[in-house]
Write a protein of this length. Sequence first.
Length: 330
Amino acid sequence: MQAGKRRAFWGRALPEEESSVNTNVVAVKRSRPSKSALVILLLVVALIGTIIVIATPNLLRSRIAADPARYAALQAPSAEGGADRAGIPKLVVDFRKVVRTGSLELEVKDPVETAEALRQLAAREHGYLESSNVWGASDSLQTAHVTLRVPAERFDAVRLEVRKLGVRMTNERVESKDVTGEYVDLESSLRNYRAEEQQYLEIMKRAGAVKDTLEVARQLAEVRGRIERTQGQWKLLGQQVEMATLSVSLRSQSVTAIGGVRWQPLARIRMALRDAAQDLADYGDFLILVLFRLPVILLWVLTLAAMAALGWKLARWLWRKLFVAAPALA
């Protein structure tokens, strides 16, 4: 009889211990992160790494543009000419590359004669007349606008000579724009395209099938098109650096002397009307810009809002799966 009681007691105790052990095991299993959460976490890490890899070249390019002198010092050993392993000649960048522009507003006795004198001055300085426009019928109301291209090293001397042609100078502006970063970018792109062209030429020599030859020829044509466009931009920028631009506005001298005071009513009225027309044009351009870009701006706002909401939900879901343990069963 006592043996039967002992068996009944142990029969009740063992199931209770087993159930408690199973409960603890379930709790431990639920506290572990799921495989789907780990996969999503790995994908997020891979996406961040991809963004870093893509953004690094752009960051380096912006640093080179911001400090071209330092880049020139680093590239000094390889800027001595010669050719690389692919046989492409090394391009030497003569730092710094600066585009100089200037503008003058002069009062002259005869705008037509002064415009001709400006053309002759540009020819003497080994430059040329880019454009010349004259407005007005009568001599007292004539105005002219002349654009000259002169060598950059003679820019200041030419500007001083132009000032001597006027009776009175009313405005002068001189600007210098550093384009070294843009010049380096175009040069690097041109060098890479030429290296790619050499690779396609080597592949074409080894191509046996007609299909492969046609495909390589198509790729080679695209690369050569990029070379021509980049080389054109590179040469244009070099010409802008070598030849400075000087714009000269000429207007007839219409002065009424009242008690020794120089009064120019017609000139002031023309300037006011010109400024008012320009302000109206700028206002219209701004309205057109906002009107046509408003859908794009709204689309960007909605896209960023959706990405932020999705990221917030994903972060909360990962937090619950990885760090918030499930409550143990009683």
